[in-house]
Design a protein around this ligand. Structure first.
Ligand SMILES: NC(=O)c1ccc[n+]([C@@H]2O[C@H](COP(=O)([O-])OP(=O)(O)OC[C@H]3O[C@@H](n4cnc5c(N)ncnc54)[C@H](OP(=O)(O)O)[C@@H]3O)[C@@H](O)[C@H]2O)c1
Length: 322
């Protein structure tokens, strides 16, 4: 099949392009940067220079490629994550979720694309009531902390627009928190913060998280091309949702660091904001039962425990070698 991967040079785009090319698909990948053209060619895909926030530019790219499938993996979170000002940090990504989705979907319609698959998020966006692990049928947060509001609206715009599309049909993949090569999670900077105990456990740490290795996000996406049901949302997460009070100390231990410091919720609220306290104490995780059942997909990294340990071992080995 001919597949257009918007976000081909990104953390999940790269393993996805490699997986699609090795499965025999013909893949085209847009980038804003002429400097990344060679990287796309090296993955065996066809580069196109285009800006997903410029309707004319992305239209020209899509119409010239004439793909059967479009996959929207565009995000713009940069390297530095200021999570205290969450909506500000996510502003460019939110533009890609709203205007970027609209432009790409309009181009897809014009080019006769059959299926449109888009990246969404599985985690803090769920309603913070009821059980700790949510399905795709469960509600999103009707009253998010103020710092999450614009980002949640952008996520809802993307999900509504894509799942209601008929021509092309649309599928939304809600990925858990990414880890693996080229992600911020477990990048050297993050590992340094953990080793220096600068990532405290806030409150009771009862917030429940879902993780996904980027290679597993890529394999689920490839499965959704063939087996995803039109108009559906799938949680793409590993098998082991975990409370912060479990995964954060476990991760520190894997890195040979002392356990994280404890900070009461009221101090967390002052220092990091209400939304960060919610992330540590109230958020919900996702169930992957529907993705396993309908996509026939299973994450190779079934638990963050093994995935984190693998990365921690590599980091410790690098430290010893240095
Ligand atoms: N679920 C999650 O946990 C989650 C979700 C998203 C991101 N993240 C993390 O956030 C960190 C940084 O992510 P990131 O979003 O900066 O980088 P990224 O995921 O590595 O890549 C973003 C992709 O979007 C493309 N893109 C961005 N703006 C575009 C535009 N206007 N037009 C066309 N393409 C555009 C980029 O293409 P070019 O640069 O080639 O133009 C690139 O291919 C990573 O650690 C990532 O794992 C986590």
């Amino acid at each position: 099949m001919r597949i257009f991967v918007a976000g081909a040079t990104g953390a999940v785009g790269r393993p996805l392009v490699r997986a699609l090319v090795s499965a025999g698909h013909s893949v085209a990948g847009p980038t804003r940067s002429a400097a990344k053209v060679e990287a796309i060619k090296r993955m065996g895909a066809e580069p196109v220079v285009a800006d997903g926030l410029d309707a004319a530019s992305i239209r020209t790219a899509v119409v010239s490629v004439r793909p059967e499938i479009i996959i929207h993996e565009m995000t713009d979170l940069g390297n530095v994550m200021d999570l205290r000002h969450f909506d500000r940090t996510f502003a460019a990504t939110n533009a890609l979720r709203t205007r970027g989705t609209d432009h790409l979907l309009a181009a897809a319609h014009e080019a006769g694309v059959k299926r449109f698959i888009a990246q969404s998020y599985c985690g803090w966006s769920f309603a913070r009531t009821g059980g700790p692990v949510k399905t795709e049928a469960d509600a999103l947060d009707p009253d998010p902390p103020p710092e999450f509001r614009r980002t949640l609206q952008a996520i809802q715009h993307l999900e509504r627009t894509v799942t209601s599309s008929a021509d092309p049909d649309g599928i939304v993949l809600r990925y858990g928190a990414f880890y693996g090569p080229d992600t911020g999670m477990l990048a050297p900077a993050m590992i340094g913060q953990l080793r220096h105990r600068r990532v405290p456990l806030i409150g009771d740490g009862a917030g429940c998280w879902s993780f996904i290795h980027v290679d597993d996000a890529a394999s689920a996406t490839a499965a959704a091309i063939e087996r995803g049901r039109a108009g559906n949302i799938y949680n793409i997460v590993d098998d082991e949702p975990a409370e912060v009070s479990e995964w954060l100390p476990a991760l520190a231990g894997m890195l040979g660091a002392k356990p994280p410091l404890h900070v009461p919720a009221w101090i967390g609220r002052i220092v990091a904001g209400e939304h960060m306290v919610a992330m540590m104490t109230q958020v919900r995780a996702g169930s992957n039962a529907k993705a396993k059942r309908e996509l026939g997909w299973h994450p190779a990294h079934s638990s963050w425990r093994f995935g984190f340990a693998e990365i921690a071992r590599q980091s410790v080995a690098r430290q010893v070698a240095a």
